[in-house]
Design a protein around this ligand. Sequence first.
Ligand code: ADP
Ligand code: TRP
Length: 338
Amino acid sequence: MFEGKTILTGVKPTGTPHLGNYLGAIKPAVALGNNALEQGGKHYMFIADYHAINAEKNPEVLNAKTKEIACIYLASGLNPEKSFFFRQSDIPEIPEITTILYAYTPKGFMNKAHAYKAAVDKNREAGKPDDDGINMGLYTYPTLMAADILAYDSDIVPVGKDQVQHVEIARDIAGAINAHYNKELLKLPTYYFDDNVAVVPGVDGRKMSKSYGNVIPLFEDDKSIKKAIFSIKTDSRPMEEPKNPDEILVYEIYKSIATPEQLKEMGDGLRQGKLGYGHIKNMLLDAVIAEIKEAREKYNYYMANFNEVEDMLQKGAEKARPAAQATLKRLKDAVFSR
Ligand code: ADP
Ligand code: TRP
């Protein structure tokens, strides 16, 4: 389905990714990009640092998070030679395109956009005025995202559920511009949402999320990963008591990482009262470490040699810019009749 298509993904450099992010977003995004490349498509993967400044004002933190994200994607198999891999802020055409898109962005779209609405809801819950602490960057967030998407003539934007609406806004803006100038100035993008990617539960049984503090860390040392895994909620039933694996959190987490054979082994052991909680936690630990071992080594290498990564990002921006320049030119030619 990706034959000859342009796939684009943006990732905000905020938070430190956890195992849930890796299994639910990072790994599938890299696989999808590589798959598209194999089918003769193009793959853009960029770090949305302009989007991040709405919330993060500390330059050192921003820089550290950008570094971390870049190294995580490279360690997870992104090929910077084949994919376009760069920072959003290294493409000066993006804010220029955004300015043109503003003229075609109904304010009502922004009022309804999910990131802004979530911030308003939070203020209301806290008894604060609706727009307390909300800056224009957050408010106009979807237009900048539309510029990201439209600049490189993206066909498909793989997203999590919460971003679907933003891709639809990009499509609507592009449609309005094309209709106004009666020309296909901008490619209409579609979103791609993978239903098969399961939500990984955290150590307390809720969705693994940085906001719940229930995460299994990603590229940390074995000791930290072990600590998190051994904190997974269990009960006091003895090992011999046969158990329904589907009611056991360790098994639920194992589902997102184990092979069918490994899963069967744990399931049978629990049903037959042959595996205790210590055993199954060790099995999960082994599977997590096996999954991340190689990537973690690469991650540590890239973090220690970030000059190499910086070089890749700069080269990536150079490669990506011509498409954005061409889009900006098409827009300016039409808008100003030049
Ligand atoms: P968090 O909930 O930790 O704040 P984000 O909302 O920043 O995570 O999610 C970033 C990406 O990771 C999204 O694409 C999201 O769908 C994915 N993701 C987050 N948590 C999980 C999880 N527990 N299982 C699977 N995917 C997840
Ligand atoms: N808004 C996205 C997020 O929070 C990040 C993003 C910015 C993006 N620009 C994009 C995603 C363009 C896809 C396409 O996750």
